[in-house]
Design a protein around this ligand. Structure first.
Ligand SMILES: O=C(O)CCC(=O)C(=O)O
Length: 295
């Protein structure tokens, strides 16, 4: 989709001048004057993100095992629920596009302040390291649960099943918390290590314009980037993948088993992409960084 020049000019002003020049600068100062103390695990994840654009941990390592079971059960209930059942049924009868993906919230929801998924996205264990990587106070752009419908046999990759750079921001973080095992047949996320920041692949196929994603022609990325730099994120339930999705990634071409995860996206205040949820209030005992993330 090519945008008109006026629209591009407007985006440039909004993102570069007001966004990066004013908003991010202020957010960077707020972060610097309330710099969170990171423990060893968080510090390692920030270092991995900075070096590779990618970091791997588990729910138990970051949050402790005690909080896991209710989340796993909530994920399971979604996967076994009516919405998923109906989506699977209608997918089988022939559909295209992104209908392989069932979201917990297909439309921007109004989340209760004690929604467990919202709370996790604002939890200092996660938010402090996201902000530590970005070097500023981020904004929580969305939170959701995804169920990927498996389809046996050959089919053409579409949308985010193809390699791409996210258009939301030039630096951002997404988290993928696996709520069930993800093996090679579940269409695991793949990430190109070093495709952001100072990484060796960061210059490959930049986004064509602000707010527009780059999709290299099929097969070309594999021809340039060795398999050793393409991380395949399989893992057991409880795996937590963090990555800067301005770097190249793809996933969701499930062939044998469904894939179930919770996902969060944090962007810098400069992002021109509107938040995809509303809240009826701020979760109790939120940090100031969490309040900012929702504002
Ligand atoms: O389904 C996937 O693994 C791809 C996800 C993705 O592209 C995204 O969340 O930006």
């Amino acid at each position: 989709v090519s945008l008109s020049r006026t629209r591009r000019g407007w985006r440039w002003l909004k993102y570069r001048a007001l966004g990066q020049g004013v908003r991010n600068a202020a957010s960077r100062r707020s972060f610097a004057s309330h710099r969170p103390a990171l423990d060893e695990v968080q510090a390692r994840l920030v270092a991995d993100l900075a070096r590779d654009g990618f970091a791997l941990t588990s729910f138990a390592e970051l949050f402790g095992a005690a909080r896991w079971e209710p989340l796993r059960a909530a994920g399971q209930a979604f996967a076994e629920g009516e919405r998923v059942r109906r989506a699977v049924e209608s997918y089988r009868t022939g559909s295209t596009g992104k209908q392989y993906l069932v979201r917990l919230w297909p439309e921007p929801p109004e989340l209760s302040p004690d929604d467990p998924w919202l709370r996790l996205g604002l939890d200092p264990r996660l938010l402090d390291l996201v902000n530590g990587y970005l070097g500023l106070w981020s904004k929580l752009n969305y939170v959701d649960l995804w169920y990927t419908i498996p389809v046996a046999g050959e089919r053409r990759a579409v949308a985010s099943q193809r390699w791409h750079r996210d258009p939301e921001d030039e630096r951002m973080v997404k988290a993928f918390l696996y709520l069930a095992d993800v093996d090679e047949g579940a269409g695991p996320l793949e990430y190109v290590r070093g495709s952001t920041g100072a990484g060796r692949w960061s210059g490959l196929w930049p986004n064509p314009a602000l707010g527009e994603a780059s999709y290299p022609p099929d097969g070309e990325l594999e021809a340039r980037v060795p398999a050793s730099d393409r991380v395949l994120c399989t893992g057991p339930a409880g795996t937590l993948v963090l990555c800067d999705t301005h770097g190249f990634h793809r996933g969701g071409l499930a062939t044998r088993s469904p894939r179930l995860f919770a996902t969060w996206a944090w962007v810098t205040p400069a992002s021109i992409f509107a938040r995809r949820f509303r809240t009826a209030g701020i979760p109790e005992a939120s940090s100031i960084a969490a309040e900012y993330a929702l504002r």
